[in-house]
Design a protein around this ligand. Structure first.
Ligand SMILES: Nc1ncnc2c1ncn2[C@@H]1O[C@H](COP(=O)(O)OP(=O)(O)OP(=O)(O)O)[C@@H](O)[C@H]1O
Ligand SMILES: [Mg+2]
Length: 252
């Protein structure tokens, strides 16, 4: 019975189309589900460092309920702080990625957000000796409002990548150029550049060359930029380093 067979072929095709559509609609959810086990694993190993250090301090304090912090090795304290910061960053990027939509408040001028965030990163003890930056911006405002919170995360993710890619003395040059039609931000570092095989894919989620990298920093950066009608791209500089370019159109 050929008509039954034809019917079966059609229904298999419909089923396949539905499956593809489901995959397209839920791609991020599926990817994020697949990676949640490895993310949970990373958080647990980072937390061992935090809990281990706290245990050490508590053991020194003994059985009593009260007491002052005993002399501890500062390196343990630094490790606990760094691990806890990594957990914070991991969770921030993971939950950001899982949001279907970002709520955007265009509340602050781009120049102010970039300047404030770079200065605040520079003043963090764990960052201060690792990097330097120079900032070249137009006089006054850029004329473009962005979401201060979300955009600060973009800057933080870019700086973090540069620091992680530089062997030492990481230098970052940030420029904001304003024309009649657009505002362009370039972010240049002196790292070894992006590995050629990764270059076309680095804005895709879960692409990472790092032992403990989620591969979400740049996927989230792109999400924030695109939600604010911008575009982000990257290329390797001749010589050394990577250049990220973020372009926003200016409404007339
Ligand atoms: N400035 C850079 N210099 C060299 N390589 C870079 C630079 N920025 C990104 N990369 C490459 O792109 C990959 C993806 O970056 P992304 O920030 O999305 O993820 P990650 O840094 O690996 O992990 P996460 O940011 O989630 O902790 C990195 O693993 C690295 O290989
Ligand atoms: Mg990163």
């Amino acid at each position: 019975d050929y008509s039954a067979l034809a019917g079966l072929v059609i229904s298999i095709k419909e089923y396949r189309d539905k499956l593809n559509q489901y995959y397209e609609e839920n791609r991020n959810l599926i990817l994020s589900g697949r990676h949640s086990a490895s993310i949970a694993h990373d958080i647990r190993s980072l937390n061992i460092g935090v809990a281990g250090f706290l245990n050490l301090v508590l053991n020194r304090l003994g059985e009593t309920q009260e007491g002052t912090i005993p002399k501890v090795d500062k390196r343990g304290l630094i490790m606990a702080r760094d691990n806890s910061r990594q957990i914070e960053n991991l969770l921030k990027n993971f939950s950001m990625f899982n949001r279907s939509e970002l709520i955007i408040y265009r509340d602050t001028d781009l120049v102010k957000v970039v300047r404030d965030k770079l200065n605040s990163l520079k003043s963090r003890v764990d960052y201060e000796r690792k990097f330097n930056f120079d900032l070249d911006v137009p006089q006054g405002d850029s004329g473009l409002l962005v979401d201060a919170d979300w955009f600060s995360t973009v800057i933080e993710n870019l700086v973090k990548n540069s620091i992680e890619a530089c062997e030492k003395n990481c230098h970052i040059s940030v420029k904001i150029i304003k024309t009649c039609t657009k505002v362009v931000l370039t972010f240049e570092d002196n790292s070894g550049g992006i590995p050629a095989d990764l270059l076309p894919h680095i804005f895709n989620p879960f692409v990472s060359s790092k032992k403990r990298g989620q591969g979400l920093g740049l996927a989230n950066a792109r999400k924030v930029v695109e939600d604010q009608e911008g575009e982000i791209s990257v290329k390797n500089k001749e010589g050394r380093g990577a250049v990220f370019t973020i372009e926003f159109p200016l409404s007339p």
